[in-house]
Design a protein around this ligand. Structure first.
Ligand code: BES
Ligand code: ZN
Length: 793
C-alpha cells in the first residue's frame, strides 16, 4: 500500500454463533408452551467486537457503521439505528434482508445487533425520540415500568446535559442469557432480564429500584461514553464512574421519595472505601494493554470510587458548576475521544478558572487509597490539629508499608475536610498534598464537646478522633441522635468498625457506639451496622463469637423489628428497611422472627397463599434452611417454572440456604449443566452458597475441582474466576485456610483475576489478625451489653 492513499478493504468472514456470553452469541428460552426458542445477540465490550466481525477494535478508532442482516422472515432484527428497509432475498422466500440506517461516528464496543422473535412496547419522548422496550412474548407485560422510566430519564438527561439524544430511537431489550447487568450499546441497550423487567406485587422495592438504577446508568452512558468516549481503556473510570454517579441523580429526579442520594453512600462510597483500604488496590487510572487487564478494570475502583470522587467534586464546585463543566466537556468532544484531563479542564472552565480542578483531582486518580483524617486537640485548649495519613486496613500487619508501592503524591491528598461541632458550627478546610500543607491547625470554641468530620459522608476519607471525643459522640447519639443526619450516623458507625478492624480503635468503641441503634429508624445506618456485625459473626463463628454477636444483633434490632412489623406498608425507605431488619432478625435467630418466617413459608407452600414481595427473599431462604428435601425441591421447581425474572432470582438465592451438605453439593453440581442453571447465574450460585456457613468449604472445593470447566465457561481472561474466588474465600480467617488458598493460587494462573485474589488474600490476613487479637474482647464487650439488658428485663 502507498502512504497517503485511501484504500477500501472488503473482507469475507465466517463465524459460528458461540454459546458463550460475548461476541455474537446464541441465547435460548422457553415459551409458554415449553418450546425452546433461540435468539442471536451481541455483547462486545470491551474487546469482543473482533469476534463478530473484522475490525480495528479500539475505542479511539471511531467509525460509521452500516449494518445489514439477512435472517428468517419469522424473526425480527434490531441494531443501533432504526431499520432503513427490508427486502426479499432472491431464491429464499423464508428469508428477509434488513438494512439499517448508517450510524453516527462510534466505537466498535458499542455496536450491537439482535435477531429474535420478541414483542415491543413503545412511547415517544417530548423531543420525539422513540423509546421501545423489547422482551419475549410472555414477559412483555413486565416491561411497562422500564418504558416509563426510560422516557422520563431520557428527557431529564437531555435537559441536564444540554444536548438532545442524538439518535432517532432508543431500544431497551431483555436478553435471557446475559453476563453483566446491562450494556449501553448506542441506541440498543441490552439487559439481563432482572435489570429491565418488573412485576408489580412480585418484584420487591429493591428489585424495582434496581431496574430504575440500571436504566439510569445505561442512559447516562449514551452521552457520557457513547457520544464522548475515553481514548483508551486506562480511562475506563470516566465511563463507569460517571455513569455510577449519574444513576442516583437520574433516579432521584424521577422518584424523589426513594431517597436515592442517601443510598449513594452505602452502595457506592462505602464499598469503595472498603476495597481501597487494601495495599493491593490500584489507582483509578492505570496502564492496561491486554484484554484480560482491560476486563479486570471493571471493578469497584472504576465504578464506585470513580462515582465517589465525582460526588466529592460536585460538592466542592457546587452543583451548577459541575453540571456546566459536563456540558462544556460533552459539547467540545462529541463524536470524539477524551482523557481524564479533558474533564477537569472543562470543570475549571465552568468555574471561570477560579478552581484548579486537575490539581485536586490528580491526587485522587493517579494514586490508590485515601486518607484517614485525624482530629486532635492540643490539651484541653481551643487549638485543634487536623492531619492526614493513608488509611490501610492491614495497618501494622507484617509486610505492610504505608508508602508502598511508590506514589507520585506520597499518599497525600488534596482533600476538602468538612466538620461540624456540638455548638452548631460547620466548616470546611482544605488540606493539601504538598509537604507544608498536609495538615492544618484551627482554633475553635473552647466549649466544644464533640466534633464530627466529613459532613454527610461526601468526602472520600475516614475520620478518627481522640478517645474522649468518641465518648462524647457516643453520648450524643444516645441522648439525641437527630443532631446528626442519617448519613453522618452511618459514617460514624462505619469509621468506628473499620478503624477497629485496622487495629486503630478498641472493640469497645464500635460496640458501645452500636448500642444507640435501639433508637435508629433510618435505612442507611442500619444497613452499615448490620453489614459490619454480620462480618464479625462470619469471622468469629468458629468460636463462641458467632452466637455472642447474634445475641447482640437480636438485642439491637428488637425495637425496630416491633415497630416495622410484617405487613407491607410505609414509604419506599421503610419497605427497604423492613427487609433488612426482618432478615437480620431471622439470621440472628430472634425467635419470633424465625417462627413467623417459617409459618409464612408453610402457608405459601401448603396453601399457595401469596407472599409479600419484600419478604420473599429471606422467607424462602428460611424455608429451605429449616426444611428438608421436600422444601428444596419445591423451591427448585418454582425456580424452573416462573416467568418472572425477579422472583426467579429470589428462588435461586434461597436454594443456597440449605444446611444439608448433600443438598448443597447437588445444587453446586447443577452449575455444570446449563439446562438447569444458566451460565449467567453460575457466579451467583457459587458465591451465595459460599455465604452460607454450611456451604463455604463446599463452594471452595467445587471452585478448585472444576477450575478448568468454570474458566472455560466465562472466557474473559479469568476476571470472573478471580471475582468468584475472592467472593468465596474472603471470609476465611485461619492460617490453615490461608495456606490452602496461597498454595492453590501458586499453582493456578489467574490472569485478569489476579488482583481480586490478591485483595482477598490481604483481607484474609486482616481477618486472621482480628480473630487472634479481638475475638475475646468482642465476646466480652457484647456480653456486657446483652447481660445488662437481660438484668433490666
Ligand atoms: N458497560 C457496562 C457493561 C459491562 C460490564 C461491559 C462489564 C463489560 C464488562 C455497563 O454500563 C454497566 O456498568 N453495567 C452494570 C450495571 C450498573 C447499574 C452498575 C452491570 O452490568 O453490572
Ligand atoms: Zn456502565
Amino acid at each position: 500500500m502507498k502512504p497517503g492513499k485511501t484504500y477500501s478493504i472488503r473482507l469475507k468472514f465466517m463465524y459460528n454463533l458461540t454459546e458463550g456470553l460475548d461476541g455474537f452469541y446464541l441465547s435460548t428460552y422457553k415459551d409458554k408452551d415449553g418450546q425452546v426458542r433461540t435468539l442471536a445477540t451481541t455483547h462486545f465490550e470491551p474487546t469482543s467486537a473482533r469476534k463478530a466481525f473484522p475490525c480495528f477494535d479500539e475505542p479511539q478508532l471511531k467509525a460509521k457503521f452500516l449494518i445489514t442482516i439477512t435472517h428468517s422472515r419469522s424473526l425480527q432484527s434490531f441494531s443501533n439505528m432504526p431499520k432503513k428497509e427490508e427486502s426479499d432475498v432472491r431464491g429464499k422466500n423464508d428469508q428477509v434482508r434488513s438494512e439499517f440506517m448508517e450510524s453516527l461516528e462510534m466505537s466498535t464496543y458499542l455496536v450491537a445487533f439482535v435477531v429474535c422473535d420478541f414483542d415491543i412496547i413503545e412511547k415517544k419522548t417530548d423531543s420525539n425520540v422513540t423509546i421501545r422496550v423489547i422482551a419475549a412474548h410472555d414477559k412483555i407485560s413486565q416491561a411497562k415500568f422500564a418504558l416509563d422510566q426510560a422516557v422520563q430519564i431520557t428527557q431529564n438527561y437531555e435537559r441536564y446535559f444540554g444536548i438532545p439524544f442524538p439518535l432517532p430511537k432508543q431500544d431497551l431489550i431483555a436478553i435471557p442469557d446475559f453476563e453483566a447487568g446491562a450494556m449501553e450499546n448506542w441506541g440498543l441497550i441490552t439487559y439481563r432480564e432482572t435489570a429491565l423487567l418488573n412485576e408489580e406485587g412480585v418484584s420487591s422495592s429493591l428489585d424495582t429500584q434496581w431496574v430504575a438504577v440500571v436504566i439510569a446508568h445505561e442512559l447516562a452512558h449514551q452521552w457520557f461514553g457513547n457520544l464522548v468516549t475515553m481514548q483508551w481503556w486506562n480511562d475506563l473510570w470516566l465511563n463507569e464512574g460517571f455513569a455510577s454517579w449519574m444513576e442516583y441523580k437520574g433516579v432521584d429526579e424521577v422518584e424523589p421519595d426513594w431517597k436515592m442520594m442517601d443510598q449513594f453512600w452505602i452502595n457506592e462510597v462505602e464499598p469503595a472505601l472498603d476495597l481501597d483500604s487494601l495495599q493491593s488496590s490500584h489507582p483509578i487510572s492505570v496502564q492496561v494493554q491486554e484484554p484480560s487487564e482491560i476486563s479486570a478494570l471493571f471493578d469497584y475502583i472504576s465504578y464506585r470510587k470513580g462515582a465517589s470522587i465525582i460526588h466529592m467534586l460536585e460538592q466542592f464546585l457546587g452543583e451548577e458548576h459541575l453540571r456546566k463543566g459536563l456540558e462544556i466537556y460533552l459539547k467540545k468532544n462529541k463524536f470524539k475521544n477524551t482523557v481524564t484531563k479533558d474533564l477537569w479542564n472543562a470543570c475549571t472552565e465552568a468555574t471561570n478558572n477560579t478552581k484548579d480542578v486537575m490539581g485536586m483531582m490528580n491526587t485522587w486518580t493517579l494514586q490508590m487509597g485515601y486518607p484517614l483524617i485525624i482530629f486532635s486537640r492540643i490539651g484541653n485548649s481551643s487549638v485543634w490539629n487536623i492531619t492526614q495519613s493513608r488509611f490501610l486496613l492491614a495497618g501494622q500487619l507484617n509486610g505492610t508499608n504505608s508508602s508502598l508501592p511508590a506514589s507520585p503524591y506520597n499518599y497525600k491528598w488534596n482533600v476538602p475536610v468538612s466538620f461540624k461541632t456540638n455548638l452548631g458550627h460547620s466548616r470546611e478546610i482544605l488540606l493539601g498534598s504538598k509537604d507544608n500543607d498536609t495538615s492544618k491547625v484551627v482554633t475553635l470554641d473552647e466549649k466544644i464537646k464533640w466534633i464530627k468530620g466529613n459532613t454527610d459522608g461526601v468526602g472520600f476519607y475516614r475520620v478518627n478522633y481522640p478517645t474522649q471525643i468518641w465518648t462524647m459522640l457516643i453520648n450524643q447519639l444516645n441522648t439525641d441522635l437527630s443532631v446528626f443526619s442519617g448519613a453522618d450516623r452511618a459514617q460514624l458507625i462505619d469509621d468506628a468498625f473499620s478503624l477497629c478492624m485496622a487495629g486503630l480503635l478498641p472493640v469497645s468503641v464500635p460496640v458501645s457506639l452500636s448500642t444507640y441503634l435501639v433508637k435508629e429508624t433510618d435505612l442507611v445506618p442500619w444497613k452499615i451496622a448490620l453489614r459490619h456485625l454480620k462480618s464479625w459473626k462470619a469471622l468469629l463463628s468458629d468460636g463462641p463469637g458467632g452466637s455472642a454477636v447474634d445475641a447482640f444483633i437480636s438485642f439491637l434490632v428488637e425495637n425496630i423489628y416491633k415497630k416495622l412489623g410484617w405487613f407491607e406498608a410505609g414509604t419506599h425507605e421503610q419497605r427497604l428497611l423492613r427487609t433488612v431488619v426482618l432478615s437480620a432478625a431471622v439470621d440472628a435467630g430472634l425467635k419470633d422472627a424465625v417462627d413467623r418466617s417459617k409459618q409464612i413459608f408453610t402457608d405459601v407452600m401448603d396453601n399457595q397463599s401469596k407472599i409479600s414481595s419484600e419478604l420473599q427473599g429471606f422467607v424462602y431462604c428460611t424455608g429451605v434452611r429449616e426444611g428438608g428435601e421436600e422444601e428444596w425441591n419445591w423451591i427448585f421447581k418454582k425456580y424452573i417454572s416462573t416467568n418472572i425474572p425477579a422472583e426467579k432470582s429470589h428462588f435461586l438465592k434461597a436454594l443456597a440456604c440449605s444446611k444439608d451438605i448433600f443438598t448443597l453439593q447437588r445444587f453446586l453440581d447443577k452449575t455444570l449443566d446449563k439446562s438447569q442453571i444458566r451460565h449467567q447465574d453460575v457466579k451467583s450460585v457459587l458465591t451465595s452458597t459460599a455465604m452460607n456457613p454450611a456451604g463455604t468449604l463446599l463452594a471452595w472445593r467445587q471452585y478448585r475441582k472444576f477450575w478448568d470447566r468454570y474458566n472455560k465457561m466465562f472466557g474473559d481472561g479469568m476476571t470472573n474466576m478471580g471475582n468468584i474466588g475472592a467472593g468465596i474465600i474472603s471470609t476465611f480467617s485461619s492460617s490453615f485456610d490461608l495456606e490452602q488458598v496461597e498454595d492453590f493460587f501458586e499453582k493456578h494462573e489467574t490472569g485478569g483475576g489476579k488482583r481480586a485474589i490478591d485483595q482477598a488474600v490481604e483481607k484474609i490476613k486482616v481477618n486472621i489478625r482480628f480473630v487472634e487479637l479481638s475475638a475475646e474482647s468482642v465476646v466480652g464487650e457484647v456480653n456486657i451489653i446483652v447481660n445488662r439488658r437481660k438484668n433490666l428485663a
